[in-house]
Design a protein around this ligand. Structure first.
Ligand code: SF4
Length: 493
């Protein structure tokens, strides 16, 4: 267990943020710049929304070899000290921020913090993985039976052991070999002594982009992390593509059987930062388009449109623009919450969501309010927010949700509660409205969401253009480990 911090506000994560789906990892790598680890630290800082539990950096220097630092907590608290950064010299480095996908969730051990490192006959390699391997249990059992000794409880470590067993000559070839055995979602950033390597799974479920930084190159989960280092966004790594980057430039391979891409549609709704570009589209503009679709699909007479900050903001702006109902910041988020309290006493714990969000009473009193949020997971936060709005004197509260009902867990690198804890898994829309005690509750339709992300004809029900399993229950890769543990897939219609 990481040591308790005197300013620990993790109880808030349990109480409130547990009501959000959480992206579980961000990856970043740089080659061909002086002190690459400094660039990686900045990149990871920009990707902090993808994982706050822990982070790590591995660097390589021609004289000092591989060096690594792995820490619990935020990047800004660990990788800003000169003392730490001086231990990570060299022109090549990769890094990882983690929530926790598999392994000791909520009680990560330092051995579970990536990047992972392996020493092979042809030299060392470090890897950082975003996603989730859906056949990790079977792979781990097989590898252990054949003599592998695992250091961590993470699914990602399977990749290192599969590489160790490969008979290929080079590390990139061994990585191809290993990843062909892996099922599920993976965006991997890896490094050898001289190469930066990026790979995306054949469906391209999780994002990975290529950037240029000075004379060097960068790989990142999102484009916003290229901006922070003054890099230029070149292109997305294609689904099923492996890029091997050296001083001579970028080589591209397609080592997997080609498949129709199924990018995670929830990245557009919530996970990615609004200042990132996904699929050639601004995430902010997509979220605004979602709000416009919602307004078209589910209009209601009201006085104000208010976002549930911060993730509901672009959709609320879109709803307001399309409906003509004024937009207002009816709820204010305290950005400095994490540094406010020394001791979370019982009384403070009971304040729950009020510690982070406060209603702007002067705006709300006597008004019919439309609240726009990105998703409803357990519904606990939605209910508290509704109470706060009514306490402030609102006449009516209407919820509009920028994603369809989340009725199924994600097994591709996103932390989701068990299916029975998802409100939409056990209740109809009307039942959820009654449960939340709001005047109306409407979710965007799956077709409406597809239109907002640029699919003019909506969802292709025969061959969906995205992964939308958490809404539809149609999993593009069978979650073998979960089925083995008793998970029941949706019955075929
Ligand atoms: S199940 Fe949902 S959150 Fe997970 S990858 Fe698919 S769309 Fe994204």
């Amino acid at each position: 267990m990481p040591p308790a911090h005197p300013f620990d506000t993790s109880f808030l994560r349990d109480a409130e943020e547990d009501d959000k789906l959480k992206e579980e990892c961000g990856v970043f790598g740089v080659i061909g710049v002086g002190d690459a680890a400094n660039f990686v630290a900045l990149g990871l800082h920009a990707l902090q929304h993808r994982g706050q539990e822990a982070g790590g950096i591995v660097s390589h220097h021609p004289e000092h070899g591989f060096q690594s630092a792995r820490r619990f907590g935020y990047v800004r608290d660990n990788f800003t000290s000169q003392k730490v950064m001086e231990t990570l010299p060299g022109p090549l480095a990769i890094g990882h921020v983690r929530y926790s996908t598999t392994g000791s969730k909520g009680q990560t051990a330092i051995r579970d913090v990536q990047p992972f490192f392996g020493e092979f006959a042809m030299g060392g390699a470090a890897i950082a993985h975003n996603g989730n391997i859906t056949n990790a249990n079977a792979l781990r059992r097989e590898l252990i039976e054949r003599g592998s000794i695992f250091q961590s409880s993470s699914d990602s470590e399977c990749i290192i052991h599969l590489m160790a067993r490969s008979l290929q000559r080079t590390i990139p070839e061994r990585m191809e070999d290993a990843l062909r055995r892996v099922e599920g979602a993976f965006s991997v950033v890896a490094m050898t002594r001289t190469k930066l390597i990026g790979v995306r799974d054949p469906l391209g479920v999780r994002p990975l982009v290529l950037g240029k930084v000075g004379e060097g190159w960068a790989l990142s989960s999102e484009t916003c992390a290229l901006d922070i280092i003054g890099g230029e966004f070149i292109r997305e790594i294609e689904p099923g593509e492996m890029v091997v980057i050296t001083a001579n430039g970028v080589e591209s391979h397609f080592p997997f059987r080609p498949q129709k891409p199924r990018f995670c549609i929830f990245e557009h709704v919530y996970f990615s930062r609004p200042d990132s570009i996904l699929g050639g589209r601004s995430v902010y503009e997509t979220r605004e388009a979602i709000g416009r679709e919602l307004a078209k699909e589910s209009p209601v007479e009201a006085d104000l449109v208010c976002p549930v900050p911060d993730s509901g903001t672009p959709a609320a702006i879109g709803y307001s623009l399309a409906s003509g109902i004024p937009y207002a910041m009816g709820i204010i988020r305290n950005q400095y919450m994490g540094r406010t309290f020394i001791e979370p006493t019982e009384q403070i714990r009971n304040m729950g969501v009020r510690l982070k969000l406060n209603v702007n009473r002067a705006l709300i009193k006597g008004k019919r309010v439309i609240l726009v949020d990105d998703s409803v997971v357990r519904g606990t936060t939605s209910r508290k927010i509704k109470e706060m709005i009514l306490d402030a004197g609102a006449k009516e509260v209407h919820f509009r949700i920028a994603s369809p009902p989340t009725a199924w867990p994600c097994f591709y690198g996103v932390d989701t509660p068990q299916r029975e804890k998802l409100l939409a898994a056990t209740m109809s829309e009307e039942e959820m409205r009654d449960h939340l005690q709001v005047d109306s509750l409407k979710f965007i339709s799956l077709d409406g969401l597809y239109r907002a992300v640029g699919e003019a004809d909506g969802r292709n029900s025969v061959q969906p253009q995205y992964c939308d399993a958490c809404f539809s229950g149609e999993y593009p890769v069978e979650p073998a480990d979960q089925i083995e543990s008793g998970f029941e897939m949706k019955a075929a219609e």
